[in-house]
Write a protein that binds this ligand. Structure first.
Ligand code: AGP
Length: 613
């Protein structure tokens, strides 16, 4: 949720830390701060507002030092003020730390520490950690941090510096992601690889319970009372350019336009395993196991949950296996009997969403095989799943998920195809036909992007309404949900996604000439039914935007009913249509938000990776 970065080496730390924070702003951006060790003191600079403000401040009054830690915050405990910004310090100012996560027993610890004479200056849960370390026994910083860990409940990733050992950073991972970056010029710690990628492609992921001691020359990891052998670093597969804007005005737009490549790579990485057996082996499954599953459950949040809803249509039709889709946050607490023979799919772009991770753990504890469908290599969900199917979408920086969504759909289609064939649910000719359709998707999405200009014009007409309705049926219903979510996230306009026929049971009351109604209406088995729903809205004076198939250019009835028609090329198999019909909805959200002056890459109150419950 928050972003952490630290560096210790032979170079000046502040510019490195500020650059790292810039890369991490998508994790949280309500305030930012640095602590730099220099000449036996800790210089701290922090402020509410974007990292750019902090950079400006440091430019005017420079900080110097070759080791330090930085933080960009998404507030949980305490308002997003300068005082509550990280790093936080102990009473003496000799310990400073940054934290991502939540300390669940912070109130009790705070009361105890206050009673024993500690002075708290902030409303955060994090500050208790600094005071606990201040009091902790131990010869060195790592011993003192180790002593504190036992007293703290919750999930956290922390990085700590102290005046007594200036070139040292101690980092701990317990529930929130932390990795180390290794390079000749020094050692890094960060909450994700984006923060360090321009300096190194070698990272070591910490595991829960790891305490790392980082110096300019490298690192050690301690678990329990001992030091463990060095872990083999993982190579980050994407280049530093992948997190640049590359000429686009916003990451969201860049990522929308990257979809053809993201989909092509996702198909290629699966098909590189020539035989479906190889592909299943990657999921840690055998064809026999795959034939014996009796049901599939999908757990995910937000956009990934929408991908899961579409996955239900795909998997039920291609594999014949019943599928249920759960919000991970609900599933983790729901009363449920163990379900033998269940395959669980945990879908997550970041691989760090706390609710999805807990849902995964719960499914495993019930004996389910969990397959992670994950974009971020080495993330916690990827590591804890029994098998993992990686998307190859590349780093997604915009808070609103776009290319990860369409890549998730493609992954679900590939999985459906593989399972369908292994179970004999898909006849070989139908399987080949679907495969051919799948391979056309990158080109169809590329052509779908050609509506960008048209959508930009349309956005001018609809950028200030009372709200939006998004309607669709069958596999297009979750597309409508996703369109509504995208618009809400980035433009702050209210939007509601609904099954088109169900709107008669309530939402139709919202229809007026100030509430555009977006119909997702590809040419599928429900098309004529959707036309009837469009009639119903038209009869009530609604302004209709129809997302329809390119082939429907001549469709007279739709032309008569819709105020605006946006044509996209649609795959001939309806199961694949969400991959192209969602594209104009992403663009509509983007352009409406830009016209309204919203910060689309950093929408208010949101964070890219939700690592708290
Ligand atoms: C998507 O636009 C959202 N920002 C959000 O709903 C996101 O999909 C959700 O938080 C799940 O994230 P994950 O895919 O990284 O698990």
């Amino acid at each position: 949720m928050c972003g952490i970065v630290g560096y210790t080496g032979r170079r000046e730390a502040p510019p490195i830390l500020l650059e790292g924070l810039q890369r991490l702003v998508y994790r949280g951006y309500d305030s930012a701060g640095l602590a730099v060790s220099s000449n036996g003191t800790l210089a701290i600079r922090k402020m509410a507002g974007p990292v750019e403000d902090l950079s400006q401040d440091i430019l005017q009054t420079p900080l110097r030092g070759v080791a330090g830690i930085g933080h960009t915050r998404w507030a949980t405990h305490g308002a997003p003020t300068t005082l509550n910004a990280h790093p936080h310090t102990d009473c003496s100012g000799r310990i400073a730390l940054v934290h991502n996560g939540i300390i669940e027993n912070a109130d009790r610890l705070r009361a105890e520490l206050s009673a024993s004479g500690h002075t708290f200056r902030t409303d955060t849960d994090t500050e208790v950690l600094a005071h606990l370390i201040e009091d902790a026994p131990g010869e060195c910083l790592e011993d003192r941090v180790r002593a504190v860990i036992g007293r703290v409940k919750g999930s956290y990733g922390i990085a700590v510096v102290g005046t007594a050992e200036p070139g040292k950073i101690v980092a701990v991972r317990q529930g929130s992601p932390v990795l180390l970056g290794l390079s000749e010029g020094g050692t890094f710690v960060a909450s994700d690889a984006a923060a360090v990628r321009s300096h190194t492609d070698e990272v070591v992921y910490l595991l829960d319970g790891d305490l790392a001691v980082i110096t300019a020359d490298g690192y050690q990891i301690r678990r329990g009372n001992g030091t463990i052998p060095l872990r083999r670093p993982t190579r980050v597969a994407w280049s530093a350019d992948a997190v640049e804007l590359a000429g686009f005005e916003r990451y969201m737009l860049k990522e929308i336009f990257e979809q053809p490549d993201a989909i092509r790579r996702t198909i290629a990485s699966w098909s590189a395993r020539n035989e479906s057996e190889d592909a299943l082996a990657q999921c840690n499954l055998t064809p026999l196991e795959c034939r014996t599953f009796e049901r599939i459950q999908i757990v995910a949040c937000g956009t990934s949950w929408h991908a899961g809803l579409i996955g239900r249509y795909i998997l039920e039709e291609m594999t014949g296996i019943p599928v249920q889709v759960e919000y991970a946050s609900e599933y983790r607490y729901k009363c449920q009997l163990p379900l033998p023979g269940t395959l669980t799919l945990a879908i997550s772009q970041s691989g760090e969403t706390a609710d999805t991770l807990e849902a995964l753990r719960r499914a495993q504890s019930e004996g389910s095989h969990v397959l992670g469908i994950v974009n971020t290599v080495g993330s916690t969900i990827a590591r804890e799943s029994d098998g993992v199917m990686y998307l190859a979408a590349g780093p997604e920086i915009g808070v609103a998920s776009t290319k990860a969504f369409t890549s998730q759909l493609v992954a679900l289609l590939l999985l459906g195809l593989t399972f369908g064939e292994a179970r004999g649910a898909l006849a070989p000719p139908r399987a080949r036909e679907l495969e051919g359709e799948l391979r056309k998707l990158p080109e169809l999405v590329r052509r779908s992007l050609e509506v960008d200009r048209e959508i930009k014009e349309l956005a001018k007409i609809v950028s200030n309404p009372r709200g939006f309705l998004y309607l669709g049926r069958g596999v297009s219903f979750p597309v409508a949900l996703e369109g509504a979510l995208k618009l809400k996230e980035v433009s702050y306009l209210h939007a509601e996604g609904y099954p088109a026929a169900e709107m008669k049971h309530g939402p139709i009351a919202l229809v007026d000439d100030d509430t555009p109604v977006v119909f997702v209406a590809p040419r599928d088995g429900l098309y004529r039914k959707v036309l009837a729903n469009i009639q119903e809205v038209k009869a009530r004076g609604g302004r209709i935007i129809a997302i329809c198939a390119e082939e429907d250019e001549e469709e007279m009835e739709l032309a008569r009913l819709a105020d605006h028609r946006v044509h996209v090329p649609c795959p001939s198999d309806p199961l694949l249509t969400p991959v192209t019909t969602v594209v104009p909805l992403q663009l509509l959200a983007y352009h409406v938000a830009m016209l309204r002056g919203c910060n689309v890459d950093r929408p208010r109150n949101l964070a890219k990776s939700v690592t708290v419950e």
